[in-house]
Each structure stands twice: as C-alpha cells, then as structure tokens.
Design a protein around this ligand. Structure first.
Ligand code: FES
Ligand code: FES
Length: 180
C-alpha cells in the first residue's frame, strides 16, 4: 500500500521478515533501530562519514544511514546481531576480543560488519585503491596491513583502536589463533 509519501515494505533482517509502513524518506538505519529494535547498527554521524551504521545488504556492506529503507526491500539485511552463529561469537568477533580491537565499543558493530564484507570482497578478488597490479590477469591482491587499512578506511574509531582492528582482521583471514 502506498500513499505517495509512504508505503508498506517487507524487510528481511537477519533471516526474519518484517512488514512495516514507512515514510519513503526513512533511512534503513532508523527503520532497523527505531522500528525493528535492532540497535546493533549505531548512529554516529548520520551522514555517511563514520561507518558506525554499517550493515550487510545481500552480503555487501552499506552505510545504513544513507540507504533508504524502501531501497532495502527484498534484500537480505544482516546486522552485527547475526554475525554470531548459534549464540557463539564468530571468528572475527573472537579476534576483536583477543586483540583488543575496541575500547568504548561504539564503532565495533560497524567495524565487524565492514570487516566481514571486506573479507568477502577480498576473497572474491576485488582490488582496492592500494592494490598495485590492476591488470585483468593479475592474481588476487595479497591481504596485508595496507590493504586492510584501505579497505576499512570508511570505518572511523574515535578510540584509535585501528592497529588492533587491523591485526584482528589479518588474524581472522589467516585462520584463527595465529597469534595471541
Ligand atoms: S552513522 Fe552512518 S556513516 Fe556515520
Ligand atoms: S572503540 Fe570507541 S570508537 Fe571505536
């Protein structure tokens, strides 16, 4: 149902489908937090600059403060709440704990979703702005600290936990428990 400025949409969040009547201008972030109670994605800047609101949309990371809820209809939305499986923290989450990849924790849900999306992008062979060889027949770029920093550059951390975040992501990529 639509009245020109609002309409009823279906949002598939963490495997559950919700039907809501929303203003066409409502952001996905506000729909998640205020309408559906998913408070994992955080509202930092509300203008696409900090990454605290990052979620996965069909497996690709987006800043949900710049994504309209109506644009997410039909897509699978994954928030930080669903990264863990069967109540157990995901390897990425365990690595963030092991390496102290956070202090206040405000940016952490966005960092974790972004890291999950980033690792998938790298595994699919996507280059980044610091990838040296962009030729069509180039091998997948190595995942080193420079690549991780560039690929995570949209996620800010006011506590400055960046070195630990990079270590946690590299450790996860290399397989759990490489270094304590
Ligand atoms: S709250 Fe969305 S990028 Fe800052
Ligand atoms: S842990 Fe505090 S903002 Fe990142």
């Amino acid at each position: 149902m639509t009245d020109g400025t609002s309409g009823t949409i279906r949002l598939h969040v963490n495997g559950v489908t919700h039907e809501r009547h929303v203003d066409h201008r409502r952001t996905l972030l506000d729909a998640l937090r205020e309408d559906l109670g998913h408070t994992g994605p955080k509202k930092g800047c509300d203008r696409g600059q900090c990454g605290a609101c990052t979620v996965l949309l069909d497996g690709r990371r987006v800043v949900s403060c710049l994504t309209l809820a109506v644009a997410a209809e039909g897509a699978a939305v994954t928030t930080v709440e669903a990264l863990a499986g069967d109540g157990e923290p995901a390897p990425l989450q365990r690595a963030f704990v092991r390496f102290d990849g956070f202090q206040c924790g405000f940016c952490t849900p966005g960092q974790l979703c972004s890291a999950a999306g980033m690792l998938a992008e790298h595994a699919a062979g996507w280059p980044s702005a610091v990838t040296a060889d962009l030729s069509p027949d180039a091998p997948p770029p190595p995942l080193d600290a420079a690549e991780v920093r560039e690929r995570m550059s949209g996620n800010l951390c006011r506590c400055g936990a960046y070195p630990s975040i990079v270590r946690a992501i590299l450790d996860t990529a290399a397989g759990e428990g490489v270094a304590e």
